[in-house]
Design a protein around this ligand. Structure first.
Ligand code: PLP
Ligand code: LYS
Length: 463
């Protein structure tokens, strides 16, 4: 998808390949470093390896479909974000992109904090030893139980998303004899350039409290009056898979304006602002994501400038990247099943997974690339659509791509950049068994989330 903003839903049988796939790539064996994880290479024998292990070995040991995550790359990206923002800022990894106990440990070891948005994510974070004070709790409709747990364990902040929640969190905190640190999530009225389903800062949607009409200022007024709350700052998240920094700049400017209004009205300078996540990654060679240091420089510059103009001391900044950390670090490995050439149209290549392990193509018209990875090939490029095995014609993994014309059942193909929002949005549609996540590093591979089994499904089905 990246930049495309097509409405989701069924599409006509378009005959010509779209966008960047209008021409086949010159070398089908090449792995574009932009979309593959850092340790992915093709050996002289033609097999792709990651973390020092060939995909053929990975498939033998762990089966397909499966997600393989490059641990060294994940850790390096955490460090790049942490170093770019420095000691005076905080980086919260957004767990919704992909969360497991191993991931929590990596984050902890690399000095990142964690944003969770459900009781399940909170439980995973705590089970893996993330200190509660380094956890931020999000959500537009947190349950009473979730709020209670978060306050009880002492999360570093709860991000308040509605007027009701301001009161709810304050009551829970008072009842538990605590003062909960909170931020207020505001909607800044920015139209982020991304798919409409993942834009979150325009006014007509469910998240946050609008700056417009003085609603956010009213939320601050109410929060400051409640003993159970310690209001530490303002939060804004404008959407996801965004490349253009302009939206973040407008958002930072408006959040700082609110801080100035709060100072003028209450004589209080709120010490923190969170500018959310949402930075785009390369799904195809056409995407050009920003590096963390460029993002940090742009955000620091705009916040510093606006604060100076408003005569405010610069607040502590935090950000919440999810996709930009985990997205590029993993690929999904599939085995090719049936191959159906449709004369004058394209060839349908069916794999042993599909929309149950990657819903993003069906949901957002997401674009992906794909490569033959169990061998190299000098065959001519063939226009393909990679589809899954589900009972749904919209079950598309890669809409338009080229693979070598000698592709055969049993070959392994991989879709890179599937680390974010694939396993975390996976489903059991058609009673599919959700694939495992395997961490690969320095010649060793280990399962961090195991494959589901038929027994798992039957255990849930209590008859
Ligand atoms: C509040 C909040 N923070 C952070 C993120 C992470 O976004 P991304 O994975 O695009 O960086 C999201 C999801 O869009 C979010 O809703
Ligand atoms: N699930 C979306 C991103 C939503 C981000 C969560 N607020 C995606 O795959 O692109």
């Amino acid at each position: 998808m990246s930049r495309s903003a097509h409405p989701a839903g069924p599409r006509h049988a378009d005959v010509l390949p779209e966008g960047h796939y209008a021409a086949p790539p010159t070398d089908l064996n090449a792995l574009d470093a932009k979309v593959w994880s850092r340790t992915a290479t093709r050996t002289a024998e033609g097999v792709v390896r990651m973390g020092g292990i060939e995909v053929t070995r990975l498939a033998e040991e762990f089966g397909t479909p499966a997600y393989f995550v490059d641990e060294a790359d994940f850790r390096a990206r955490c460090r790049a974000w942490r170093d770019a923002f420095g000691a005076d800022a905080d980086v919260f990894y957004a767990g919704k992109a992909f969360l497991s106990r191993a991931v929590v440990r990596w984050l902890h070891e690399e000095g990142l904090n964690l944003d969770v948005c459900s009781g399940g994510e909170l439980a995973t974070a705590l089970a893996a030893g993330m200190p509660a004070e380094r956890i931020a709790f999000h959500g537009n409709n947190k349950t009473e139980g979730e709020i209670e747990r978060a306050v009880e364990v002492g999360v570093g902040r709860i991000v308040l998303d509605s007027f009701q929640e301001i009161v709810r969190v304050a009551h829970v905190a008072e009842r538990l004899g605590k003062r909960q640190r909170v931020q207020i999530r505001v909607t800044v009225g920015v139209e982020a350039h991304t798919h409409e389903f993942i834009a979150t800062a325009h006014e007509d949607q469910k998240f946050g409290i609008a700056l417009a009409g003085g609603q956010a200022a009213e939320a601050v007024r109410r929060a400051l009056k409640l003993d159970g709350l310690e209001l530490i700052g303002i939060h804004s998240h404008i959407g996801s898979q965004i490349f253009d920094m302009a939206g973040f700049e407008v958002s930072a400017r408006r959040v700082v304006q609110l801080l100035a209004e709060v100072r003028d009205e209450h004589g209080v300078e709120l010490p923190e602002i969170d500018l959310g996540g949402g930075l785009g990654i390369a799904y195809t060679s056409d995407d050009d994501p920003r590096e963390p240091h460029e993002i940090a420089a742009a955000l620091n510059e705009i916040v510093g400038r606006e604060c100076a103009a408003a005569k405010l001391s610069t607040p502590r900044i935090s950000v919440e990247p999810g996709r930009a950390i985990v997205g590029p670090t993993a690929f999904t490995l599939y085995e090719v099943g049936t191959i159906k050439p449709l004369d004058g149209l394209r060839t349908y290549v069916s794999v042993d997974g599909g929309m149950s392990d990657n819903i993003r193509t069906a949901l957002y018209d997401a674009e992906y690339t794909v490569a033959l990875v169990s061998r190299s090939s000098d065959a001519e490029p063939m226009l393909v659509r990679v589809v899954g095995k589900h009972c749904e014609s919209g079950d598309i993994v890669v809409r338009d791509a080229f693979l070598p014309a000698d592709l055969a059942p049993g070959d392994l193909i991989a879709v890179p950049a599937t680390g974010a929002y694939c396993r975390s949005m996976a489903s059991n549609y058609n009673h599919a068994l959700r694939p495992p996540v395997v961490a690969v590093d320095d010649g060793a591979a280990r399962v961090i989330v195991r494959r589901e089994t038929e027994e798992d499904l039957l255990r849930l089905d209590v008859g």
